[in-house]
Design a protein around this ligand. Structure first.
Ligand code: DAT
Ligand code: MG
Length: 140
């Protein structure tokens, strides 16, 4: 398996409950390394741009309102098979369907307020990393 980078975000519901450290510990315990990290309170426009792929879905407005409602922590994670590994540690989108031990099972409160984001493929990982980080901010 190749060394990969993926984009991760700790969402406003989780920063509000001071869960950043607990979430990062789960990612690190799974072998993922934080190679870039910053705290961002995104604007509604930034949220709409980031989630443009979901434009037109019934939950789009609610999603953009939520993502711009408070601080997030945006990160780049590096590791062997990092994209899939991060998705495994995150758990299913709906916490009711998430496996035991996953971040969403443990911390998410609803399908909308589900504590973390993670890229789903190499192309989206590259796009999402570039959306939030300049190359100079990533230190592998
Ligand atoms: P994921 O975040 O697991 O990649 P996604 O890309 O399908 O899930 O959706 C992006 C986010 O949109 C998701 O984390 C929470 C929100 N969302 C998705 N489906 C939803 C729904 N049915 N109701 C409310 N919010 C939803
Ligand atoms: Mg997604």
């Amino acid at each position: 398996m190749a060394l990969e980078r993926t984009f991760s975000m700790i969402k406003p519901d989780a920063t509000a409950r001071n869960l950043t450290g607990k979430i990062v510990a789960k990612l690190e315990d799974a072998g993922l390394r934080v190679v870039a990290s910053k705290r961002v309170w995104m604007s509604r426009k930034q949220a709409e741009g980031f989630y443009a792929v979901h434009k037109g879905r019934p939950f789009f407005d609610e999603l953009c309102d939520f993502m711009s409602s408070g601080p997030t922590v945006v990160q780049v994670l590096e590791g062997e098979g990092a994209i899939l590994k991060n998705r495994e540690v995150m758990g299913a989108t709906n916490p009711a369907d998430a496996a035991e031990g996953t971040i969403r099972k443990e911390f998410a409160t609803s399908i909308g307020e589900n504590s973390v984001h993670g890229s789903d493929a190499p192309e989206t990982a590259a796009e999402e990393i570039a959306y939030w980080f300049a190359g100079i901010e990533i230190v592998g």
